[in-house]
Design a binder for this molecule. Structure first.
Ligand SMILES: Nc1ncnc2c1ncn2[C@@H]1O[C@H](COP(=O)(O)OP(=O)(O)OP(=O)(O)O)[C@@H](O)[C@H]1O
Ligand SMILES: [Mg+2]
Length: 195
């Protein structure tokens, strides 16, 4: 959490292998995404990181199910196991009956749930969500956040959520605050170090 312009999105981009830091290092499972070339960085993102953005960034010409499968395309063909997992994830986010709809035919909350399923498809170690519920009413925001927390923990991944909403933050384990590009010391709730 932190004021607008404090650097939340920038921090997520750096952690997720989208934007190199001007100082400091990023390591996830011992791997520095900025140590190799662009292809290595892309592979890092594809294998280890799932992104959920404020704007869902779904492909308009594709069905909900096809959108969920997109991260698998970067690795070649879509195996049977991947297709099954995509369908299962859509079911988990409550959209089994909407699998063949295009994003335009879905509500904002439904689109965000498709984006959540897409981010989880490859069982990433790290899920980064940048105001994933910014455009949703409080009930839909709570539902999307609960899904993120539940699915990320099921696949054994870490989850970092940027949010302006205290009610969303309260559903995640540890709250850290960013001010003027700096993380304030200490956690708001559990008192433990940032992990
Ligand atoms: N690509 C960029 N190049 C240079 N400066 C940038 C770039 N992107 C963001 N900034 C600046 O860095 C600062 C942090 O921006 P950032 O987008 O990370 O903030 P934020 O905390 O996500 O804000 P918001 O809550 O409004 O999304 C801002 O001053 C912004 O103008
Ligand atoms: Mg931002």
């Amino acid at each position: 959490m932190g004021p607008s312009g404090s650097g939340k999105s920038t921090l997520l981009s750096i952690i997720g292998g989208l934007e190199p830091p001007t100082s400091g290092r990023v390591r996830l499972d011992g791997i520095d995404p900025y140590a190799g070339d662009d292809a290595a960085r892309a592979a890092f993102r594809n294998r280890r990181v799932g992104f959920v953005f404020q704007e869902h960034h779904l492909l308009a010409g594709c069905t909900a199910l096809d959108n969920v499968v997109v991260p698998a395309l970067a690795r070649g063909r879509v195996t049977n196991a991947i297709a099954v997992r995509a369908a299962r994830l859509l079911d988990r986010v409550g959209l089994a009956s909407r699998a063949h709809h295009s994003p335009a035919a879905l509500s904002g909350g439904e689109r965000q749930r498709v984006a959540v399923a897409r981010a989880l498809l490859m069982s990433p170690r790290l899920v980064l969500a940048d105001e994933p519920t910014g455009q949703l009413d409080s009930r839909a925001a709570a539902a999307v956040t609960d899904l993120l927390v539940e699915l990320a923990s099921e696949s054994g991944g870490m989850l970092i959520v940027v949010t302006h909403a205290e009610a969303v933050a309260a559903r995640v384990g540890t709250i850290r605050r960013l001010v003027d590009g700096r993380l304030l010391d200490g956690a708001a709730r559990d008192g433990g170090p940032a992990s």
